[in-house]
Design a protein around this ligand. Structure first.
Ligand SMILES: [Mn+2]
Length: 362
């Protein structure tokens, strides 16, 4: 939960942060955090259900005709704070028209003695980066579903999985997305399935490309469970693997294991872990094929902070959950990415991803 001082309040308008605060899924709302209470302004379509769901967690303030979510949430503050106080808002998410509406609402409620608007995004970023036990359990459940779907694809009850000559990237994507729904989950993001040379495009959109012997198969996917994301990538081969592919695969796996071994809470920064992997690829003459960052935090959103990026100097903390996803991409030939999620601890990392990583040949 975000931490505020006594004379501070926070107006929340973005869906991810509303969900983070309330655990209730609804885009048409605004929330006001003040004095340890979350006031949730929504309309009559959701007010009854939201009040039921929010017992003990937030208080619903229903809007009536002519009122707005923002106006109603700001009005909660009347008589509570004044011109010496701060009202935080989400400066990285609020649209210009919403900012104008917030300013107008403050003026309407407080007149000249209105609280100052202040940038508050960092309060959410920091709070969300440290996962609670309940959040960790949701992410673990999401990953369990993802691991199971990977098993269905590659092995399944018949021991052969679903892959065969002529199956398309779209077919595999559809299979994954249906399995998520059957498991009571949804997609954390758009599933990526890429065969052969298309795997050299790190974020390929699934196409009608048919599977043939000698293709690599790159699948980047994740279930979302109770609103919490998982994220995993596996690359394997259909039929046979070339020596070139095997060597590159070994390098990606070694890079990932190196990062998983090095990351821990305390002095290590996101950029340190990223740079270490870049250096490792450099020593092996492959750094020009590693074209993206090494990883990102995730939770109610698929991309959160901190991350393993050259420009992220934030220190890793206990109960961050971050992906470790090095990749090497060879245009016109193949691409390889291996992605796990791990919890950061004082001693190191605890991997939440359990699908096998030794090179799989199907
Ligand atoms: Mn990822």
């Amino acid at each position: 939960m975000i931490k505020l001082k006594q004379n501070e309040a926070f107006l929340v308008t973005s869906f991810p942060n509303l969900f983070y605060l309330t655990g209730y899924k609804n885009e048409d709302a605004a929330a006001l955090v003040y004095g340890g209470t979350v006031y949730y302004a929504t309309d009559s379509r959701c007010a009854t259900e939201a009040a039921e769901a929010g017992k003990g967690r937030y208080e619903v303030v229903p809007i009536v005709k002519g009122e707005t979510y923002i106006g109603k949430a700001v009005a909660v503050l009347k008589g509570k704070i004044d011109g010496k106080s701060k009202l935080f808002y989400e400066e990285e998410r609020v649209k210009k028209c919403e900012y104008t509406e917030i300013s107008a609402a403050l003026k309407a409620v407080f007149g000249a003695d209105k609280p100052k608007l202040a940038k508050g995004e960092k309060l959410f970023t920091e709070a969300k980066s440290v996962k609670t036990e309940a959040e960790i359990n949701n992410i673990k459940s999401a990953q369990r579903i993802t691991d199971r779907v990977f098993w269905e694809i590659t092995t399944g009850r018949n021991g052969k999985g679903i892959l065969k000559d002529g199956i398309t990237e779209k077919d595999v994507k559809n299979f994954i997305d249906c399995e998520f729904i059957k498991a009571g989950a949804e997609n954390a993001f758009d599933t990526i399935v890429a065969f052969g040379e298309r795997a050299a495009l790190p974020h390929a959109h699934p196409s009608d490309r048919k599977l043939k012997k000698g293709d690599c198969i790159l699948i980047d996917f994740g279930a979302k469970y109770n609103g919490y994301c998982s994220d995993m990538t596996r690359t394997f081969v259909y039929g046979y693997a070339t020596e070139e592919f095997k060597a590159a695969y070994k390098l990606v796996l070694e890079a990932q294991e190196l990062a998983l071994k090095t990351a821990k809470a305390g002095e290590k920064r996101g950029c340190d872990i990223m740079n270490q992997v870049v250096d490792f690829f450099k020593e092996n003459g492959a750094d020009q094929h590693f074209t993206h960052s090494l990883g990102h935090s995730l939770g109610v959103e698929i991309h959160e902070k901190p991350g393993f990026r050259t420009n992220d100097s934030s220190k890793l903390a206990v109960n961050n959950i971050i992906t470790f996803e090095p990749g090497l991409y060879f245009e016109g030939k193949f691409g390889i990415r291996i992605e796990d999620m791990a919890i950061i601890t004082e001693k190191g990392t605890v991997n939440l991803t359990h699908s096998p990583k030794e090179l799989l040949i199907i």
